[in-house]
Design a protein around this ligand. Structure first.
Ligand code: GLC
Length: 594
């Protein structure tokens, strides 16, 4: 598989055979030094290929510094993570980042060093071992698409080294740049418009899809693939068990296209997976592809490679549509997302979530291809989430590059659902129900649901105290506050909103663990009726769930899916059978076959 994928990308180069032989030697060398404890894990997982889908863990995602100061500090959070039922910890980038602006760590200056503020490689290995001992998998970012402009590869390229020049894409005249721009999208329309940065020392315009200081790597050059495969193996041998493949859709460029989701991206991912399967087969890959839902199938591999690329991918369409449903009290966009969700190869799963460190990117719902009423609904949802009269939400919108419509929405879950700012205050029933509704949908639908750090404490938007860059610079800082110790203490003594949200996620986690064994492997069937506010979902004959996206109580339409005897699983107080239930405002119920 490795040979097939790589020869399809690089096979026409005269040096391919030699290059491939050298790559195999490097893979074998990494396999030979893989620590025994990790090799034992590899064997265990290879013997039981369904281990992930049989008991998929609950995830948690955090920035190291805001969550716990340092990597060592993260160890002190393990009891909290265990109390929440977490089995998978995603730490946002912790490798040495560019000096100065660095996209909160996503501009990596060295893949061989930990960011000194956060610790060192020994701390990383110790943390990975400590988490493993507690049954928690460590997930780390592998920023695949770019490196910082002060990474040694970029520095060497700037100094004129031809080998490293070949690691980047450089365009030499402005007309070429303009022609490319016409086909490309804008990832940061407000803060980093355009996809190219003029760098005189590089003799032209460097391809920079994200910030100007993040230089896109040129995967058409096999040396780039080999270099990144080496990084992957090194970090896997240090104990990272899951890699979040950051900005994967952008890896391959072809002039005249939007340079996203090209078929070659899948080949690169299949090849990276094959590298892992040879040297560190217990390791997992997760695609960060914030793309329209139908485009996500290829991240799991297609054709003969189905199930041989990433094991997991973010379901950002489901996430964005759930916010639209909450804001509009209408599940139409959610139903569309469920219909568009591709079936997955065995052993693969969706990562579902409510919020993350990025914005809610509306383009995943494909406003440009959708009907006018859907477009209007997306725009209205974004307006609603940015507050204003009649809204319970306190978020911020990011405008699109063309000034038309909205690109994304920012804000912490608590602020977007209207939980109180004062942690000592108890949340009103409706706000808490909205919080529970979104998390219950994520917990029920995804194989691996992800809690975004601070959500378990009902923590709201960053206050903009000056500790973080101004929100006007990059609105995503709104959802990147420092972890609130006061709230944590309140949760621990059972007081205020933090105690409410923490306990709620604990109970939801317990209910999720009681879902039938087949739940995560069975496709979701949308059985919703005519009531636009209600989503009624089934998984096989064993799992049923109803979600009320409205501020009014609702009776379920009786339907085929509800026939027979069902036992409520969530909330733990619900006792009614589906046909007898009145869902409270923003309420939801999960049932299993009695
Ligand atoms: C991913 C990250 C985002 C980052 C970007 C560039 O989308 O989630 O935070 O800015 O990649 O690395």
């Amino acid at each position: 598989r490795l040979h097939a994928a790589l020869s399809s990308l690089y096979g026409d180069r005269p040096e391919f055979a030699d290059w491939y032989a050298r790559l195999l030697v490097a893979i074998a060398a990494a396999a030979a030094i893989r620590p025994a404890s990790l090799q034992a894990l590899d064997v265990q997982r290879e013997d039981d290929p369904q281990w992930l889908s049989r008991a998929p863990p609950l995830g948690y995602s955090a920035y190291v510094d805001r969550f716990a100061g340092t990597l060592r500090g993260v160890r002190t959070r393990i009891p909290m993570l265990r109390a929440l039922g977490v089995g998978y910890l995603h730490l946002l980038p912790f490798l040495r980042a560019r000096a100065g602006d660095n996209d909160d760590g996503f501009a990596v200056a060295s893949f061989e060093e930990v960011e000194p503020r956060l610790g060192d490689m020994q701390d990383l290995e110790d943390l990975a071992a400590a988490l493993r001992a507690d049954g928690i998998l460590l997930c780390g970012d592998l920023v695949l698409n770019h490196v910082a402009d002060d990474h040694p590869w970029a520095q060497a390229a700037r100094a004129g080294n031809t080998r490293y020049r070949g690691f980047f894409h450089v365009l030499h005249d402005v007309a070429e740049v303009q022609a490319c721009e016409r086909d490309l999208h804008q990832v940061f329309p407000q803060t980093a418009p355009g996809n190219f940065t003029h760098v005189p020392a590089m003799g032209g315009w460097v391809w920079t899809t994200f910030y100007p200081y993040q230089w896109d790597l040129n995967y058409a050059n096999p040396e780039v693939f080999a270099a990144m495969a080496a990084v992957l193996l090194d970090l896997a041998n240090r104990g990272i068990e899951i890699f979040r493949l950051d900005s994967a859709p952008f890896l391959w460029k072809r002039r005249g296209t939007a340079c996203i989701n090209l078929p070659e991206v899948e080949r690169v991912l299949v090849a990276l997976r094959a590298v892992l399967d040879l040297a560190a087969p217990g390791t997992l890959l997760k695609a960060e592809a914030i793309m329209p839902t139908p485009d996500l199938a290829r991240y799991f591999g297609s054709g003969d490679d189905a199930g041989h690329a990433c094991h997991l991918a973010y379901h950002s369409g489901l996430m964005a549509a759930s916010w639209a449903a909450l804001a509009r009290q209408d599940t139409a966009l959610l139903r569309t997302q469920l219909r568009l969700t591709p079936a997955l190869p065995s052993g693969c799963g969706w990562l579902s979530y409510v919020r993350c460190h990025d914005d809610i990117i509306w383009s995943v719902l494909e406003p440009e291809r959708s009907r006018p009423d859907e477009r209007a609904a997306i725009a209205a949802a974004a307006r609603f989430l940015s507050g204003g009269p009649g809204s319970f939400a306190h978020g911020l919108s990011v405008r699109r590059a063309d000034g038309e419509g909205v690109h994304g929405s920012n804000g912490m879950t608590a602020s977007l659902v209207g939980l109180p700012e004062d942690p000592r205050q108890l949340a009103d029933e409706q706000a808490l129900a909205r919080y529970a509704l979104l998390y219950a949908l994520a917990y029920w639908c995804g194989a691996v649901p992800l809690v975004y750090s601070g959500d378990e404490l009902g923590q709201g938007n960053d206050a903009g105290s000056g500790e973080t860059p101004p929100h006007a610079t990059d609105g995503r800082w709104l959802q990147r506050p420092r972890y609130d110790e006061t709230r944590l203490a309140l949760a621990q003594v059972g007081q205020g909103t933090p105690a409410q949200t923490f306990a709620l996620l604990q109970r939801l986690g317990a209910a999720r663990r009681r879902l039938p064994a087949s739940h995560h492997e069975t496709p979701i069937e949308d059985c919703s009726g005519l009531d636009a506010a209600i989503l009624l979902l089934a998984r096989g004959a064993h799992s049923l769930a109803a979600f009320n996206f409205s501020a009014q109580p609702q009776v379920l339409d009786s339907g085929r899916a509800m026939a027979g005897d069902w036992r409520p699983l969530w909330p733990d107080v619900a006792t009614a059978a589906p046909a007898e239930v009145t869902l409270p405002p923003w309420g939801c119920v999960w049932w299993v076959r009695a």
